[in-house]
Design a protein around this ligand. Structure first.
Ligand code: GLC
Length: 547
């Protein structure tokens, strides 16, 4: 069993990390928006669940143009969410409970309300202040056209014009101007931020859009030639390292620099890259002299299909091994449709169309979705490496697909001319109790409406209830701590069609039946099962751990 005590430099390699989306976790002051005190009050839930760490999505001062990923001050707390003292209290309580704390770092862009951007707007074209961002003259006779054809990830041009005629780059919303990482002051300031939080006892960092920081800013900037090339999907076809703003080779020097800061602490601070890049390239971010880990989104994007999952698992373990990293597994986060819904959509479903149709076309069977989500969770938690669990998945919470247009807050909705519904459906505040004005989220309301059926998923409704998803996660995490050994698995040969079957060291065995027929239960003591077993058979959409 790995030593998860506070001084172990490798504590993160096989940790289970729980993602807290602060606005939606718990609201202590009753204003309808989650806050840090709310999180501190509910840390007992995480300790009882048995996770090793929590990752906090941004809680920094922000106008919430992109859910807090538009940061106006990297070294403070948004007053609506609390104070630095509240943060210290949270971290202290987490550590007392044996939980590590990971914070979210957003280095690609600031908020347009950041003092640097205000200064840049007030300054003249060509000034130092503008050079911390990416300002350029436009094209066309009066510079009235954007400098390039680059598109924002959220839709529309990635450039916005300012009153004096220049344009600035924003790969996300216009309220998120991209920083210029060629600028020494930008680099120095982020070093300060890393030390600021590390000195406060933070154990690690999740690095937002880690693959976008460095851009090819050689003038004249070059066009991509087609709108779809502005998407990360282009990385699958373009020669590696040639995209003008994603996954450029220069970005790695930044992470090697950061590593010297992480390693100055005991234990060294860990980091995990959010990098939507193909597997082999992703491994580069996870090298031990860089961030150490990178999210594996191929696993999240894989269908509910044994052949596909097996291939993804094999490849992920291999790329992590080559990099000297540990593998990571993610089923849900604040950017994607919750897997209790996603896994029950027929293969090939257009997820955005499904959301636009309020989750009715096709209609999904919640019970069937939950069954798959439970099987998927036990499979994930048996894999070598670390798992990232998104708040609410331990409750089996489905996506809220039918949020009405007037409730939507995700900038994606407006920025795409109301053609992409966005990510609010997975960000609806958690139900803690079956009653109350916001199901125990707080004493007031909730910034996104919670549906009545949330009551059945509440923590209080599942706590101690035999067979509940919460109890399944608790049992799995407890067992996992006991069973964890090395970082490898062995595939069991000749698994029946539709079955994923492997062993870990010490005889721990996991069999997941993704087919629609029963399969024979292998010999061994049943330790845990995602669904009841009958007559020595493993039913469809069921995962079993055996000893
Ligand atoms: C990351 C975050 C996402 C955010 C984007 C821009 O992908 O996970 O929520 O919108 O970065 O910061």
């Amino acid at each position: 069993m790995p030593d998860l005590s506070s001084k172990d430099p490798d504590w993160w390699r096989q940790a289970v990390v729980y993602q807290v989306y602060p606005r939606s976790f718990a609201d202590a002051d009753g204003d309808g928006l989650g806050d840090l005190r709310g999180i501190t009050e509910r840390l007992g839930h995480l300790a009882a669940l048995g996770v090793d760490a929590l990752w906090l999505s941004p809680f920094y001062p922000s106008e919430l143009a992109d859910g807090g990923y538009d940061v106006a001050d990297y070294r403070d707390v948004d007053p609506r969410l609390g104070t630095l003292d509240d943060f210290d209290a949270l971290a202290a309580e987490a550590h007392r409970l044996g939980l590590k704390v990971i914070v979210d770092l957003v280095p690609n862009h600031t908020s347009h309300r950041h003092p640097w951007f205000r200064e840049a707007l007030a300054a003249a074209p060509g000034s130092r202040a503008r050079d911390r961002y990416v300002f350029r003259d436009g094209r066309g006779p009066d510079g009235q056209f954007p400098p390039t054809d680059w598109q924002s990830v959220f839709g529309g041009s990635a450039w916005r014009q300012v009153p004096d005629g220049q344009w600035y780059l924003h790969l996300f919303t216009p309220e998120q101007p991209d920083l210029n990482w060629n600028d020494d002051e930008v680099r120095a300031d982020f070093r300060t931020t890393l030390r600021f939080w590390s000195d406060r006892g933070v154990d690690g960092f999740r690095v937002d859009v880690a693959h976008a920081l460095t851009k090819d800013l050689t003038d004249p900037l070059r066009d991509l030639g087609a709108p779809e090339l502005s998407s990360e999907k282009a990385l699958l076809t373009l020669p590696p390292g040639t995209h003008p703003f994603f996954d450029r080779d220069e970005v790695h020097a930044i992470y090697r620099d950061w590593r010297t800061i992480f390693d100055a602490y005991t234990p060294p601070r860990m980091a995990v890259a959010e990098a939507w890049v193909p597997g082999v390239r992703r491994a580069l971010y996870a090298r031990p002299d860089e961030l150490g880990q990178a999210f594996n989104f191929e696993y999240l994007q894989a269908g509910w299909d044994a052949i596909e999952l097996r291939a993804v698992i094999t490849e992920s373990l291999e790329t992590a091994r080559i990099a000297g990293a540990s593998a990571t597994w993610v089923l849900s986060n604040h950017d994607v449709i919750r897997h209790a819904s996603r896994l029950s959509l027929p293969p090939g479903t257009d997820e955005n169309a499904w959301l636009l149709g309020n989750g009715h076309e096709p209609a999904v069977d919640r019970a069937a979705g939950l069954r798959r989500a439970r099987a998927a969770a036990l499979l994930m938690l048996a894999l070598p490496g670390s798992s990232y669990v998104y708040q609410g998945e331990e409750l089996g919470l489905p996506e809220v697909a039918d949020l009405p247009p007037e409730a939507l807050q995700d900038p994606v909705w407006e920025q795409t001319g109301r053609t992409r519904k966005g990510r609010d459906g997975c960000r609806v505040p958690l139900p803690w109790t079956a009653e109350g004005p916001s199901f125990g989220f707080g004493t007031g309301g909730s910034w996104l409406p919670q549906p009545p059926w949330f009551a059945g998923y509440a923590v209080a409704a599942q706590d101690g209830a035999e067979g509940s998803t919460l109890e399944l996660y608790r049992a799995a995490l407890k067992l996992r701590r006991k069973l964890l050994q090395g970082e490898s698995l062995t595939w069991v040969p000749d698994a029946p069609d539709g079955v994923v079957h492997f062993t870990r060291s010490d005889g721990w065995r996991c069999i997941a039946n993704l087919s629609d027929t029963d399969v024979q239960l292998p010999p061994g003591e049943v330790l845990l099962s995602s669904a009841p077993l009958t007559d020595g058979r493993v039913g469809p959409d069921t995962t079993v751990w055996l000893g």
